[in-house]
Design a protein around this ligand. Structure first.
Ligand code: FAD
Ligand code: DHB
Length: 391
């Protein structure tokens, strides 16, 4: 098999990249190890930055998002039982975010790819990237019980944190920057209308809680839990009781409870692999970097990498210049590190760290107070939340 761009992984990065290349008249093949139903059901992120919304729309993948996505003009920060609204458009010159689940973004992009784009093979597992340092890199993969080779001009590894593509970069050239956290998030989906029209990020002495949503009738909620927690230790009633305590306010706000339809624990990690390119192998999305979920940056970073690669390849076709491909890693990493900083700082400000001193806890409250009372601090937060621009 032969193609211009071999794409490993049909998550948001790989699917959007295939769509952007198709729109530019560049052929690609996508290899995805899982089946279609698995990729379409996997519960993950839920918040699209303004720039991500713009990119999906421009790629012709925004029709259902525009109909069903929920535009959010702010969030609520909750601490010391008080509620503070952060008004994004007022602080950023009109920017907002859209609540539209990653599952739905993937469903829309898969449907488009199968209808209009190049091959997208499910249950096709990449085993190794070979010849990354040559001008004919290839992907060895297994599909329908047989091993095959996909010969490419370029390979883009969009195969997530546990994929194979990062391993093709020689260890002597790799640098890894990493932090793990002693806590994770217990996330639930519940068939109940959201208890507030905006997302609520709550800092509480018992730990962090987040109220989010998937639609006007489905709530998504998270609780900070110790890193090694088994979701089955938490009965539905215990989860609702704990959410109620951490989200408590001094006014008449109440939490609506409903049937829990899904429950799982997400570990938290900050991770960056540098560089994001070796020869003709490019890494995009979680294959190169992970952020803790606080602030919902992971999916948006993956989209940014895909856009940056597609632009660079189109530039090469139009001008013959490799300049943007050569700049790919540095261009992406600049934005990645801003998102790493933002996600780390928001995590530190809102979570209960078992090693924290009373002094540390007072600093958390002082930071929250600053964002809630100082326009410049709120504007910096709102710019980060609604998204750092693509270069
Ligand atoms: P992925 O979505 O991971 O896609 C990679 C794809 O590659 C997968 O489909 C995988 O099956 C495939 N693949 C892997 N190995 C191979 C192989 N060898 N051959 C072929 N295919 C392969 N972000 C948020 O902002 N908010 C959240 O609440 C949130 N929750 C998350 C919960 C979990 C459990 C995880 C893992 C991540 C979460 N994230 C969240 C992060 C966000 O979902 C990711 O940043 C985003 O999915 C990155 O997209 P991607 O395309 O880079 O990678
Ligand atoms: C969601 C996830 C996040 O990490 C976040 O900061 C906000 C919302 C969500 O899944 O809805």
């Amino acid at each position: 098999m032969r193609t211009t761009v071999g794409i490993i992984g049909a998550g948001p990065a790989g699917l959007l990249l295939a769509r952007l290349l198709h729109n530019a008249g560049i052929d690609s093949v996508v290899l995805e190890s899982r089946d279609r139903a698995y990729v379409e059901q996997r519960q993950r992120a839920g918040v699209l930055e303004q720039g991500t919304v713009d990119v999906l729309r421009a790629a012709g993948a925004g029709e259902r998002m525009d109909r069903e996505g929920l535009r959010h003009d702010g969030i609520e920060l909750r601490f010391n039982r008080r509620r503070h609204h952060i008004d994004f458009p007022a602080l950023t010159g009109g920017r907002s975010v859209t609540v539209y689940a990653q599952t739905e973004v993937c469903k829309d992009l898969i449907a488009l790819q199968l209808k209009e784009g190049g091959p997208l093979l499910f249950e096709a597992e990449a085993l190794a990237v070979e010849g990354a340092g040559t001008d004919r890199p290839s992907v060895r993969f297994r599909h329908e019980g047989r091993e095959d080779v996909l010969v490419c001009d370029y390979v883009v590894g969009c195969d997530g944190f546990r994929g194979v593509s990062r391993k093709a970069i020689p260890a002597s050239l790799s640098r890894v920057f990493e932090r793990t956290y002693p806590f994770g998030w217990l996330g639930i989906l519940a068939d109940v209308p959201p208890s507030h029209h905006e997302l609520v990020y709550a800092r509480h002495d018992r730990g962090f809680a987040l109220l989010s949503m998937r639609s006007p009738s489905v709530s998504r909620l998270y609780l900070q839990v110790p890193a090694d927690t088994d979701a089955e230790e938490w009965s539905d009633e215990r989860i609702w009781d704990e959410l109620e305590r951490r989200l408590e306010t001094d006014d008449a706000w109440t939490l609506r409870r409903g049937p829990v339809t899904q429950k799982s624990v997400t570990p938290m990690r900050s991770y960056v692999h540098e560089p994001m390119r070796h020869g003709r192998l490019f890494l995009a999305g979680d294959a190169a970097h992970i952020v803790p979920p606080t602030g919902a940056k992971g999916l948006n970073l993956a989209i940014g990498d895909a856009v940056t690669f597609a632009r660079a390849l189109v530039h090469r076709r139009e001008t013959g210049s490799d300049a943007l491909l050569d700049a790919y890693s540095a261009t992406c990493l600049r934005r990645v590190w801003q998102a790493e900083r933002f996600s780390h700082d928001l995590t530190a400000m809102l979570h209960r760290d078992p090693g924290a001193t009373p002094f540390d806890r007072r600093l958390q409250l002082a930071r929250l107070d600053r964002i809630s009372s100082c326009r410049a601090a709120a504007a910096d937060f709102a710019e980060g939340y609604t998204g750092f621009p693509l270069d």
